[in-house]
Design a protein around this ligand. Structure first.
Ligand code: NAD
Ligand code: DAU
Length: 362
């Protein structure tokens, strides 16, 4: 038995592959295009592990997918591959349309052909698990109830619109062709190997370099935070026990305003990595800098994860306090990894996204 993972050199995918091979002996074929966000260094721990086969390629490359399916005959596909950063989708939506919509469609269509030719018992046991996001549901007011699986889709950014489209395609392949799909919609992840363009690793990276910590708008936007290994365990649970055709929301029960997250990171860095006496700052809090807001910035996301808990018995193991401490410690211990992933492309992105904004210190 084998599973096929796409996007397994990215943040969540790499954590999933590593955790999977720690939990089970079942081999993994890992297909990843290695965009700026994919990094083989994330998988260094598996270098000599014969259960892991890495293939560089695109989910939209149908001949390649056909070959992988007929060679490896996976019993399941878990698809993480996507363009994932909202700010990049605002600057350049095209890649998001190509990978998240067209790529998912092409992958799905080859998988459907392969699945329809399987013998009956393999056909009913086969699974296609599509990893998606809470952002497809849009933005909540402060007192509105959290997103359930039946919440209306109202995506607001090119990223979330592209993910919503892919969710609809996956759903349609179940409804129309009977493909045994599962969809998970998860809240904000954090933890090891997250690319330092996203809020938490960006703030840690900038704080260590004594650079401004950019807070979009008033910093009161709310996100629900989930430690990445808990997301991975939720996906394993849904894969093992979820009902084909069903959607499962995954969340961390940790709603926090962005400014609160950044202040917690500053407190933790003050404790674990105090500023040297020579430094111009006494506390990392001094680096907090309010900048121009993200266009169309969603105000609040919140996940109602009752279904996955009640039906499948999944609940996160980490609290925000335990998860954020592990994360800061990981980044402090893995500065070489950070240096390796911040290429010329990363520097160009940071200049484009942050240097042009007028920083207003409050
Ligand atoms: P990431 O950007 O860190 O990694 C994405 C990976 O996909 C990279 O390794 C990249 O090389 C690969 N990839 C991109 N385009 C590809 C293509 N056309 N073919 C093959 N591989 C390709 O993203 P992430 O944060 O690990 O997110 C993984 C998935 O989880 C995404 O689908 C995302 O929408 C979803 N998700 C993320 C979060 C979060 O907080 N990060 C939360 C909920 C859901
Ligand atoms: O909700 C799940 C989603 O979470 C995933 O689907 C996305 O792939 C993932 O990138 C993440 O999206 P967000 O936009 O919520 O994550 P990000 O880390 O970019 O931003 C978190 C919040 O922090 C958001 O409200 C914007 C704000 N922010 C972000 C950055 C990068 C800042 O205030 N300053 C920043 O510099």
């Amino acid at each position: 038995m084998t599973i096929l993972v796409t996007g397994g050199a990215g943040f969540i995918g790499a954590n999933f592959v590593i955790d999977w091979l720690q939990a089970y002996d079942e081999p993994i074929v890992n297909l990843d295009k290695l965009t700026y966000a994919g990094n083989l260094g994330n998988l260094a721990a598996l270098q000599n592990d014969e259960r892991h086969t890495f293939i560089q390629g695109d989910i939209g490359d149908q001949p390649l997918i056909e070959r992988l399916l007929s060679e490896h005959k996976p019993r399941a596909i878990i698809s993480f591959a996507a363009e994932s950063h909202v700010d990049r989708s605002i600057h350049g939506p095209e890649d998001f349309i190509q990978t998240n919509i067209v790529g998912t469609f092409r992958l799905l269509d080859v998988v459907r052909g392969h699945w329809s030719d399987l013998p009956l018992n393999q056909k009913s046991n086969f699974r296609f698990l599509h990893v998606s996001t809470d952002e497809v549901y849009g933005s909540l007011g402060p007192d509105e109830p959290a997103f359930t699986e039946s919440h209306q889709y109202q995506p607001n950014s090119p990223y979330s619109a592209s993910k919503a489209s892919s969710d609809h395609l996956v759903r349609a392949y179940h409804h129309t062709y009977g493909l045994p799909v599962l969809i998970t919609n998860c809240s904000n992840n954090y933890g090891p190997f997250q690319f330092p363009e996203k809020l938490i690793p960006l703030v840690i990276h900038n704080a260590l370099a004594r650079k401004p910590l950019p807070i979009y708008g008033d910093g009161q936007q709310v996100r629900d935070w989930l430690y990445v290994s808990d997301h991975c365990s939720a996906i394993r649970t849904v894969l093992a026990r979820g009902t084909p055709g069903e959607v499962y929301n995954v969340g961390g029960f940790n709603e926090k305003a962005n400014i609160e997250v950044v202040r917690t990171l500053c407190d933790m860095l003050n404790e674990l990595h105090p500023a040297e006496p020579i430094s111009s700052i006494a506390s990392h809090h001094e680096l907090i800098t309010y900048v121009k807001d993200r266009p169309g910035h969603d105000r609040r996301y919140a996940i109602d994860a009752t279904k996955i808990e009640a039906e499948l018995g999944w609940y996160p193991a980490e609290t925000f306090e335990t998860g954020i401490r592990k994360t800061v410690e990981w980044y402090l211990d893995n500065q070489t990894w950070v240096e390796q992933v911040i290429s010329g492309d990363y520097r160009r992105w940071i200049e484009r996204q942050y240097v042009e904004v007028i920083a207003v210190r409050r």
